[in-house]
Design a protein around this ligand. Structure first.
Ligand SMILES: NC(=O)c1ccc[n+]([C@@H]2O[C@H](COP(=O)([O-])OP(=O)(O)OC[C@H]3O[C@@H](n4cnc5c(N)ncnc54)[C@H](O)[C@@H]3O)[C@@H](O)[C@H]2O)c1
Length: 414
């Protein structure tokens, strides 16, 4: 396929169904009605979400779709009696299914998102919302038209730390914020690249619906390494930016109520382990936002000392949110959010520690399906965080500062 036909195909693949749709109305659930749920993509993350949905009262996991038969067996062990399919469209045909959880690889999110809404189901879709900016626009439009209840798997949107940060900012004790610094770091043993997964011996062409995995990417013989390690390659993934920065950008954008970035820059490379991956393991991003705010994010896979966190720097105070960093004094690790006054502007202000409990993200989705309210991680924040990370990746790949206008005009490629 030439680059142009490939691009056209990519756009049409995600977008094609949307134009034809008349969205069926949601089944009205009584308070005691069981919510019937299906899942698309039941690998690593999907199996966590499977346990989460099974723990929510008055829900029933009815069926799953996964292109790899091993996942059918694993899911059936956890949820005996479920139906299994190797094509997500068969799952969406299941009678009386109310809602669908999507935890498939990034390059298939838009298709699963749009097809789920078209089938008249409510949706929980893993982050990042989509693989590209045009797909994000299409999913946003489909979400608005469909009126469905949609939760994006940005679970920090349900955290108590976000509630604390928002309150401190709203109370005015942080003052004018011009800069946010954030970071995320991991390490691995020498010679072992972060994220690389072993290919199980039953991962063969017979056991995998390979064309469904490819989802319109150029056809080629079955490649088990790419199926299992899709995260390492641009055509399926956005690397650590779509895997992890997106969580932190969403949290920061929600805390400060930031609009779309006006520009992005990203540097870095494959520096930790040169193991054939395409996506960078060492990253420094700068996002410019309207109204004079700069957000920076740094990430490495060769050192984990500082864990991950965000520093919101205000003229009147600092919000310090860290997760996994060793406390210098106690040596303890864990999530903590603190506020420190700036002596020059709040000389009598007191330091604070956040105490607000978080909400269960999956339960929040189910509650909203029943109440028809908007979940904590709405499509809107899914969209804004997706655009932000795609702008950063475009800047890295084009080796230049990318404005929002440039990003919106650029065509997806890999
Ligand atoms: N919210 C979080 O904290 C969090 C954490 C980890 C992963 N994730 C997200 O979850 C998603 C899945 O990640 P993972 O680590 O579980 O990947 P994975 O490879 O372990 O699982 C993906 C599953 O989808 C299946 N699949 C592939 N193509 C499919 C298709 N067309 N239809 C149906 N099934 C298909 C694969 O066989 C596999 O079982 C990603 O979007 C990732 O970013 C989110």
């Amino acid at each position: 396929m030439t680059n142009t036909t490939r691009r056209d195909f990519l756009q049409k693949a995600a977008l094609g169904t949307a134009a034809l749709l008349a969205y069926p109305p949601a089944r009205v659930l009584g308070a005691n009605d069981r919510l019937r749920v299906g899942m698309i993509g039941v690998g690593n993350r999907g199996q966590d979400l499977l346990k989460e949905i099974m723990a929510v009262p008055n829900t029933q996991l009815v069926a799953i779709a996964d292109v790899y038969s091993r996942r059918h067996d694993e899911a059936k062990k956890m949820a005996p009696g479920i139906a299994t399919f190797n094509d997500h469209r068969r799952l969406l045909d299941v009678k009386d299914l109310d809602a669908v959880i999507v935890a498939s690889p990034l390059h298939t999110h838009a298709r699963h998102f749009i097809d789920t809404l078209a089938a008249g189901k409510d949706l929980y879709s893993e982050k990042t919302m989509t693989w590209s900016i045009p797909e994000a626009d299409q999913c946003m439009a489909a979400a608005k038209e469909s009126g469905r209840v949609i939760q994006i798997g940005l679970q920090w949107e349900s955290s108590g730390t976000l509630a604390d940060a928002r309150k401190w900012i709203k109370d005015g004790i942080v003052g004018k914020v011009t800069q946010v610094n954030s970071w995320m770091s991991r390490n691995t043993p020498h010679g072992k690249g972060q994220w690389v997964r072993a290919v199980p011996s039953d991962c063969t062409a017979q056991n995998v619906n390979w064309s469904a995995f490819l989802n319109g990417r150029p056809d080629r013989p079955f490649d088990p390494f790419r199926l299992i390690n899709w995260r390492l390659f641009w055509e399926f993934s956005g690397g650590n930016v779509t895997e992890n920065a997106v969580h932190q950008f969403a949290w920061i954008m929600s805390a400060l109520d930031l609009p779309l970035p006006s520009a992005a820059y990203m540097s870095g490379g494959v520096f930790s382990e040169k193991d054939g991956r395409e996506v960078p393991d060492t990253i420094a991003i700068t996002l410019d936002f309207p109204h004079d705010v700069v957000v920076a994010w740094q990430s490495t896979f060769s050192n984990s000392h500082y864990g991950l966190g965000e520093h919101i720097l205000g003229s009147d105070g600092t919000i310090d949110h860290t997760w996994g960093e060793s406390d210098m004094v106690t040596g303890e690790t864990g999530e903590i959010i603190r506020y420190f006054p700036e002596k020059v502007n709040r000389p009598h202000g007191a330091a604070l520690t956040g105490k607000t409990p978080g909400q269960d993200h999956m339960t929040n989705w189910v509650d909203c399906i029943r109440s028809r309210k908007t979940p904590n991680a709405s499509v809107e924040i899914g969209y804004r965080s997706a655009i932000a990370v795609h702008m950063a990746n475009l800047a890295y790949r084009q080796k230049q500062r990318v404005t929002l206008e440039m990003a919106k005009a650029s065509k997806p490629d890999f």
